[in-house]
Structures are given as C-alpha cells and as structure tokens.
Design a protein around this ligand. Structure first.
Ligand SMILES: [Zn+2]
Length: 425
C-alpha cells in the first residue's frame, strides 16, 4: 500500500517537473512567432479627470473604461524644454523622439537638429506605419511622428513633407483643405487608395491608404454623421487590418485629438464624447494585442486641458448599452454628461500629470517608476523595438522559473517523504 502511494506520488511529482519543461521547449522554438509591433494611442488633452468623467458617463462610478483595465499604469509629467506648460507639438515630439523641445516645434531639437522619430525608426526596420487622428493630419500630434518643422502652424510645409518624405502607409484624419488637387493626385499615383467617406474606407482591405474625412478637423463625435464619417474606432480597426499584413510588423499612432478641443472650449459634453470614442478605439486595439503577443499597446495623453474638476452629480441609473442604437447611446451620454457638475480653471493646458496605461506581457517585470517623464514613453517603445525589454526579462523565463521552483519543491517533498518512510519502517 505504502509502495503504491510512493510510486503514485513520484509519478505526480515527476510529471509536475516535466510539464513546464515541455512547455518551455515548445515556446522556445516559437520564440518570436510574430514581428514586434507597437500601438501608441494619445488622448490629446486627456487628464485624469477627463478619464473619470467619461467613466462616470459610460460605465458608472464603480466600473472601468477599457483603458483603465490595462494591467500597468503610470503617471507622466509633461513640461516642455522651454515651458512648464507644454503644447501638443513639444509633447508629441517627446513621445515621438525621446527629446524635449520648445513649444510649437515639431520633432526638431531646441538646437535646430532634426530628430529621428519612432515611426521613422520603424520604417528603417522595414515595418509598416500608420498615423490616425480626429484632428487634421497636419496637426501637431500626428505631424510630430512624420515631419520636422520649427512651427506647428506651417501646415503647407507639413503637408509637403507628408507627401514627399514621410512615407506613412496608413494615414487618416481631417485636413483635406491643406492638400492641392495635384498633391492628392500625386499620392494616388504613388499607390495610395483615397477614402473620403466611411463606405469607401470599408472597401479598402490592403495597401497604402489616405483617408481624408473633412476639410479641417474631423467633426466632434457629437456632430459626426455615423453613416458618412468613420469613427476613431472604425479607423483604428481598419488600420490594424491593413498594417498587420506586414510580416515585419508595424508602428501605429492613434490620436483622440479633440478631447483637447473640448477642454479648450470648456465643453464637458465634447470632452466626454471624445474620450469615450477614444476608449472605444482602445477596446479595438486591446482585442488586437490580446491575440498578438508581440504587439504592445501604450495609451497616454500629451497634457491636461482646461483644469477640469468634477464637483458633483445627479446621475440616474441609465447607462449606454449594446441594446441601444449608436444614436440612442449618444443621447444618453449627452444627458449623463449634463448631469455632472464640473469646474474649469483654464481654457488652455495645465501642468497636471497625465495617465499612462500599458498592455504587453513583456512588461511583467519591466521596472519603471510610478511617475515618469514624457520622454521615457519613447524609450519604452524604443527598448521594445530593439528587443531590450525582452532581453532583460524574456517572457519565457517565467516558465523556466516555474520549472526550477517546481523541481526544487518536488525534490524536497520526495526527500521528506522517504525520510519519513524510513523512520516509520
Ligand atoms: Zn490644446
């Protein structure tokens, strides 16, 4: 009886030791089954309170927006090289290049040097690239990833660089008024599929895309014709469908650009609707990265806008729901936003820290401080693309550790058991 027990126990322990080992060697064979890709999502002007008011409206006080469910979160300081309060050009330059520059400057250092961007580095490594925004594609945040100018207001120079040197594969947003007819024809002649409405975009399934959905900024979510103009989540979904076809991987920047404009206007309804739309785009990106282990998702903001503070509410129980039409949900969101009282302390940006949320297995043991400066976001992406994060802590190590611990535990238990067996004999 005792012998049977010992044999059974031994088999159990040996299989415990072997199981993780088998998993490890299988995983090691397919170490990088997919190319490394990065999705960076920037909510322009989206401070903590903007996230909170959107949460209260969309899911209530006791649930979470999608961005809040990402496993790693940090707080980011945002000052620029020449000002405590940054603008979007300097902030986006920090994210795109890892260098702080002056307000208004787009991926050019304070000493006048052109700064290589994370998007350009991805291109050098053969990856596809995408830039999506709800503002004009010439706006400071998208521009900082693909162009270099000393003044963010030089929309015609930015447009020229987008056409002549940026080489971005998937470009979507507003700003068609900055293109001449010839410039658009030039891009189409160079292989871009042009989409100016939602149904044309839906029909494009591969290749280079130029989506220009308005002359200036895209419509606020509150005013968007859902049949005519794609939402930020639909643009994100289409971009991922196309960019993921590159066997070398991709870099995609998605900007929820008009949360900032809602802040400048001190319009809580627009802040709420833009932030929720941005969160819906994050949901699309999250479901992509959950199924693509070598793609990381980084969600952050460039600065806070408006000094927003919630001061009270008279919210009722009715939440937006999948059972409603999109327009019914929009009406519910507007009504809920109007039932929250807020104060604004500015009609410009503030120096409040902004949130950073990250998804990616490689970050399990990646050590960064709880509060980081905005330039570090670039270094996270750069470290990831150069394999440094994986080199420090390969995700497979975790399985190896389990093997060692299980093995050691098994030996101790077996030894203790045999000692006990001997003593009792
Ligand atoms: Zn702004």
């Amino acid at each position: 009886m005792k012998l049977t027990k010992t044999i059974l126990l031994s088999i159990l322990l040996v299989s415990l030791i072997l199981t993780p080992t088998v998993q490890y060697s299988q995983a090691a064979e397919a170490e990088y089954p997919e190319p490394l890709s990065v999705i960076l999502m920037i909510g322009d002007g989206m401070g903590y309170e903007h996230v909170k008011i959107a949460k209260w409206v969309e899911v209530g006080k006791n649930a979470n927006l999608t961005m809040e469910t990402l496993p790693y979160s940090y707080s980011v300081t945002t000052h620029s090289a020449d000002a405590q309060i940054t603008d979007s050009a300097a902030a986006a330059t920090a994210y795109a290049t890892g260098v702080k520059t002056n307000n208004n400057w787009v991926s050019i250092a304070p000493n006048g040097t052109e700064l290589q961007t994370i998007l350009e580095m991805a291109q050098i490594n053969g990856k596809s690239t995408g830039v999506i925004t709800t503002t004009t594609i010439q706006h400071a945040t998208p521009a900082a990833f693909m162009t270099h100018v000393e003044s963010r207001g030089d929309s015609s120079i930015i447009t020229q660089q987008i056409i002549e040197s940026a080489g971005v594969d998937v470009l979507m947003g507003g700003g068609s008024a900055f293109f001449s007819e010839y410039q658009i024809e030039f891009m189409v002649a160079n292989g871009y599929s042009l989409a100016e409405d939602k149904s044309t975009l839906e029909g494009i399934t591969s290749g280079k895309v130029l989506g220009l959905f308005s002359e200036g900024q895209m419509y606020y979510e509150q005013e968007r014709d859902i049949n005519l103009t794609p939402s930020i989540w639909e643009m994100t979904n289409k971009s991922l469908e196309i960019l993921s076809q590159d066997p070398d991987g991709f870099f995609l920047m998605v900007e929820g650009g008009r949360i900032d404009h809602g802040g400048h206007d001190n319009s809580k309804v627009d802040v709420v609707l833009e932030a929720i739309a941005f969160d819906n785009a994050i949901e699309v990106a999250l479901s992509y990265v959950e199924n693509h282990s070598n793609t990381i998702l980084i969600v952050t903001a460039d600065h806070e806008t408006g000094g927003l503070m919630i001061t009270g509410d008279s919210l009722n129980g009715e939440l937006p729901s999948d059972d409603n039409t999109e327009m019914e949900n929009r009406a519910i969101r507007i009504a809920r936003a109007n039932n929250i009282e807020v104060t604004w302390s500015a009609d410009y940006h503030t120096d409040s820290n902004v949130p950073l949320f990250i998804y990616g297995d490689v970050f399990e043991d990646y050590s960064i401080d709880d509060v980081i400066d905005n330039i570090q976001v670039f270094h996270i992406m750069d470290d990831y693309f150069s394999g440094n994060i994986s080199e420090i802590v390969p995700p497979l190590i975790t399985v190896e550790r389990i093997t060692i611990i299980a093995g050691a535990a098994a030996i101790i238990v077996l030894a203790a058991y045999f000692i006990k067996l001997r003593k009792s004999n």
